[in-house]
Design a protein around this ligand. Structure first.
Ligand code: DX5
Ligand code: ZN
Length: 219
């Protein structure tokens, strides 16, 4: 089997969003990873609803929206209306994660729960059967271009065990520091979806970088 590949448009050239979305359309990418940062939950501010809607207008692939914001519940419908096909909310940012997941499903989108490097996998135990995606942060959220946290490899193994133990159908999406030179190890550890921002847009040929990630294999 091959991984699903989700280029992160946080690393695209925002002056040429349409061009970069069309590059993704032409590529072997499965999803477009869209990082929304509010400057409160994380120090950085990325972009908001009108930009997500513009990305949607130029994309033929599903938009996988990762909300790094406080009170994400307030904006779920807005991001769905802007074109999100899946929405991940941070377990650390939601007072009522179960309600947030229910709301996302009611809107007809796939639901994801994102988890920070410092949060125990066990925090997912009672929600993991209810979601389609676990957005597993392998850097601290806030910026693209950070180095992969190596202890994530062992932690991915624990997440995989929890998925098997609970019978969850959730896909493991690894987000942060995924590059061509470490992607095979990350895939072997149990990743289903590889998010890559700087690892794709920082390459001279992003379409070829996406193809290389997509061509990884695992038994
Ligand atoms: C980090 C974001 C990531 C980021 C990944 O806060 O959630 O999706 O775009 O970027 P790279 O692949 O450059 O680490
Ligand atoms: Zn992300």
């Amino acid at each position: 089997m091959n991984p699903l590949v989700a280029p992160s448009v946080l690393s695209c050239d925002f002056a040429y969003i349409a061009r970069d979305m069309e590059m993704i359309n032409r590529s072997a990418a499965d999803l477009v990873h869209v990082d929304v940062m509010d400057g409160v939950y994380v120090p950085n501010i990325s972009f908001g609803l009108p930009v997500v809607a513009a990305m949607k207008r130029h994309s033929t692939k599903p938009l996988d929206v990762h909300l790094m914001m406080v009170n994400p519940e307030r904006y779920l419908q807005d991001f769905r209306d802007a074109g999100a096909d899946s929405i991940s909310v941070h377990i650390e940012a939601c007072t009522h994660i179960h309600i947030a997941v229910q709301q996302i499903h009611k809107m007809g989108a796939k639901a994801g729960v994102a988890i920070n490097p410092g949060t125990a996998v066990s925090a997912l135990e009672d929600i993991i059967r209810d979601v389609e995606i676990i957005c597993f942060m392998s850097v601290n959220p806030g910026w693209g271009g950070q180095s992969f946290i190596e202890t994530s490899i062992e932690k991915i193994g624990r997440l995989k065990e929890l998925i098997l133990k609970t019978g969850s159908k959730a896909l493991i999406e690894i987000d942060g520091g995924v590059k061509l030179d470490n992607a095979q190890r990350i895939f072997d550890a149990g990743a289903d979806i590889l998010v890559s921002g700087s690892g794709v847009f920082g390459q001279p040929d992003p379409v070829a970088a996406i193809a290389s990630l997509k061509s990884l294999t695992r038994q």
